[in-house]
Design a protein around this ligand. Structure first.
Ligand SMILES: Cc1cc2nc3c(=O)[nH]c(=O)nc-3n(C[C@H](O)[C@H](O)[C@H](O)COP(=O)(O)OP(=O)(O)OC[C@H]3O[C@@H](n4cnc5c(N)ncnc54)[C@H](O)[C@@H]3O)c2cc1C
Length: 275
C-alpha cells in the first residue's frame, strides 16, 4: 500500500554527526539522497518505512578527492558530478562512461552513486564498475567507521551488510592498472535499464564484472582466470557461460542475456587488444 505522505516523518539533519545520531536514536529511518529510486518505490507502495532521513544536503558526503593514492568518491556525488570530475575521468574513465548512460540528464543530476549502491539493483550501472575496480565502501555509524570490500557488500538480491544505523559515506577506489572498458546493453540508447551491463579491465590480471546476469552484480572470476592463463576467447566465453545465471524477466530472456554477455566479452577483448 502507498504510505500517506502526511503520516510520514522527515528528519533534516544539518550535519553528518546529527544524521548518524538520528539513525541510531530515532531509527529505523530510510535515508533520502536523490530520491530517484525511493520515489518510484513509494509510488509502488514498496517502501514500508514512515520515517525518512534527508541526507541530500550533507556537503561532506559529496566530495570527490584523492587521498593516500585512493580516489575517494562521496556517496552523494551525482552522476553529473562524476561526469564532470577530472579526477574520475582520469582515474576511472569507466565510471564516467557508466554515469553518462544512466537515465537522462534529470536522473543524472539527482541520482547519486551511494543511492545506486544502497539500492542494490543487479542492473545498477555503477555497480560492475565498482566491482571491477575492486573498490571499498566506507560505512559510517554513530559508533564509528568500517570499510567493506565492494565484493563482500551484497549478500543476495538487494540485500547487503549495511546496517540500519549506517550510511554509505564514500567509495574508495585504488589505482586501476590497465585499459578500462564499459558497455551497457538496453532496449534503447537513453533512459533504459540494462539487459546486461559489463565493466572490465585489460591487464595481466583481467577483471570482468557484470550486472543483470545474476541476483547481484558479479565478478566473472573463472573467466578472468582463463584469460589470465592465456585462453582464447572461445574458451573464455565457455567459462563465462558456465558462471552466470541470467533470468527471464520483463526486460529480457535468460538466453538473450547469456548471448549478450558472451558477445560483450568478445567485444571487450577485441577493443582492448594491442596495448
Ligand atoms: C527515470 C529513471 C531512470 C533510471 N535509469 C537508471 C539507469 O539507467 N541506470 C541505473 O543504474 N539506475 C537508474 N535509475 C535508478 C536510480 O536513478 C539510481 O539507482 C540512482 O543512483 C539512485 O540514487 P538516489 O540518490 O536517487 O537514491 P535514493 O532514491 O535517494 O535512494 C535509494 C536507496 O538507497 C538508500 N540510500 C541512498 N543513499 C544512501 C547512503 N548514502 N547510505 C545508505 N543508504 C542510502 C535509500 O534509503 C534508498 O533505499 C533510474 C531511475 C529513474 C527514476
Amino acid at each position: 500500500m502507498r504510505p500517506s505522505v502526511s503520516t510520514s516523518t522527515l528528519h533534516e539533519p544539518r550535519t553528518l554527526r546529527e544524521a548518524l545520531r538520528l539513525l541510531r536514536d530515532e531509527g529505523p529511518l530510510t535515508p533520502l539522497a536523490g530520491c530517484t529510486d525511493v520515489f518510484v518505490q513509494l509510488n509502488a507502495g514498496a517502501v514500508p518505512a514512515r520515517s525518512f532521513l534527508d541526507i541530500s544536503r550533507l556537503a561532506a558526503l559529496r566530495r570527490i578527492r584523492e587521498s593516500e593514492g585512493l580516489l575517494v568518491i562521496g556517496s552523494l556525488a551525482t552522476y553529473s558530478d562524476l561526469i564532470r570530475s577530472r579526477l574520475v575521468r582520469a582515474r576511472l574513465p569507466m565510471l564516467a562512461a557508466a554515469a553518462r548512460e544512466v537515465g537522462g540528464p534529470q536522473v543524472q543530476n539527482r541520482g547519486t552513486i551511494g543511492g545506486n549502491v544502497a539500492n542494490g539493483s543487479p542492473a545498477g550501472d555503477a555497480l560492475p564498475v565498482l566491482a571491477a575496480a575492486e573498490a571499498s565502501l566506507v560505512l559510517l555509524s554513530a559508533g564509528g567507521e568500517r570499510r567493506v570490500p565492494f565484493g563482500a557488500f551484497y549478500t543476495g538480491y538487494r540485500a547487503s551488510v549495511l546496517r540500519a544505523d549506517e550510511l554509505i559515506a564514500a567509495i574508495e577506489v585504488p589505482p586501476v592498472e590497465g585499459r578500462q572498458w564499459f558497455r551497457k546493453v538496453g532496449a534503447r540508447a537513453a533512459l533504459t535499464i540494462s539487459k546486461v551491463v559489463m565493466a572490465a579491465v585489460r591487464s595481466a590480471r583481467p577483471r570482468i564484472a557484470l550486472g543483470s546476469v545474476a541476483p547481484t552484480v558479479v565478478r566473472a572470476s573463472r573467466t578472468e582466470a582463463a584469460l589470465a592463463a592465456g585462453a582464447g576467447i572461445a574458451a573464455a566465453q565457455r567459462a563465462l557461460a558456465a558462471e552466470i545465471q541470467p533470468i527471464d524477466d520483463v526486460r529480457s530472456t535468460a538466453a538473450y542475456r547469456r548471448q549478450v554477455a558472451l558477445n560483450l566479452l568478445a567485444r571487450f577483448w577485441e577493443d582492448t587488444a594491442g596495448g
